[in-house]
Design a protein around this ligand. Structure first.
Ligand code: PRP
Ligand code: URA
Length: 208
C-alpha cells in the first residue's frame, strides 16, 4: 500500500512552525496534537458507518454514525503520546494501548520495553501513533507485536517520514496503511530525518 502524504497549505504552515528550532515545548506539543487530528481525519476517510435514524428539530432522517468501539489508538512511547490527545478528540471512545520502544543510540535498532493493549484488540482496527518514521525499525517491530496479538487491520500515523523508513515498512508490512504529514528528503549518518524536526520525544517532553 502506498503511503498517503497530507498535501495542504495548512499542514505545510503548521509543519514550518513545528520544524523551527526556536519553537518552544508548549507550541510544539500543540502542533503535534493538531496535526495528529488531521492525520486521523485522513486515515479514517473510508471507515464504515452504521445506519441510524435520528430526529433533527425539523424532521426524521437516516444517517451514519461511527461505531467507536471498533477502534483503538496505540501510541509508541514516548513521542507517540504527543499525538494521543489530538486523535482522542476525534474518536473519544476508542480504546488505547501502549507500546514502549526506544532506538539504541549506536545500532539504531529498536528496543521494546513495554507492551499493554486493550483486551479484544484483535477485533479492533488499530491506529499506531508515532511522529517520526526514520529507519522504520520501531514501526516494523510495533506492527509485528500487534499482528502477533491477532490484529488484522493496522494504520500507521506519523508526522514526518523518511523515504528509507517508508520503503522498509511497505516491504515488510504491505497491508498497513501509512498516513504522514510530510515525506522528507533522507536520513543522515545518525539516522535522523533531514530536514526533519530533531528529536520528537525530547521536544515534546522538554528533556534536552
Ligand atoms: C523515535 C521516534 C520513533 C523512532 C523512529 O523514538 O519517536 O519511535 O525514534 O526511529 P526509527 O524509525 O529509526 O525506528 P526514540 O527512540 O527517540 O524514543 P522516544 O520516543 O522515547 O524519544
Ligand atoms: N527520531 C526522532 O525523534 N527524530 C528523527 O529524526 C529520527 C528518529
Amino acid at each position: 500500500m502506498k503511503a498517503i502524504e497530507l498535501k495542504h497549505p495548512l499542514i505545510e504552515h503548521k509543519l514550518s512552525i513545528l520544524r523551527d528550532k526556536h519553537t518552544g515545548t508548549k507550541e510544539f506539543r500543540e502542533l503535534i496534537s493538531e496535526i495528529a487530528m488531521f492525520l486521523c481525519y485522513e486515515a479514517m476517510k473510508e471507515v464504515e458507518l452504521k445506519n441510524v435514524t435520528i430526529e433533527t428539530p425539523i424532521e426524521e432522517m437516516k444517517t451514519g454514525q461511527l461505531e467507536e468501539d471498533r477502534y483503538a489508538f496505540v501510541p509508541i512511547l514516548r513521542a507517540g503520546m504527543g499525538m494521543l490527545d489530538g486523535v482522542i478528540k476525534v474518536v473519544p471512545n476508542a480504546k488505547i494501548g501502549h507500546i514502549g520502544m526506544y532506538r539504541n543510540e549506536t545500532t539504531f535498532e529498536p528496543v521494546n520495553y513495554f507492551f499493554k493493549v486493550p483486551k479484544g484488540i484483535e477485533n479492533r482496527e488499530v491506529f499506531l501513533l508515532d511522529p517520526m518514521l526514520a529507519t522504520g525499525g520501531s514501526a516494523i517491530d510495533a506492527i509485528d507485536l500487534l499482528k502477533e496479538k491477532g490484529v488484522k487491520k493496522i494504520n500507521f500515523l506519523c508526522i514526518i517520514a523518511a523515504p528509507e523508513g517508508l520503503k522498509a515498512v511497505e516491504e515488510k508490512h504491505p497491508d498497513v496503511k501509512i498516513v504522514c504529514a510530510h515525506i522528507d528528503r533522507e536520513l543522515n549518518e545518525n539516522k535522523y530525518i533531514c530536514p526533519g524536526l530533531g528529536d520528537a520525544g525530547d521536544r515534546i517532553f522538554g528533556t534536552k
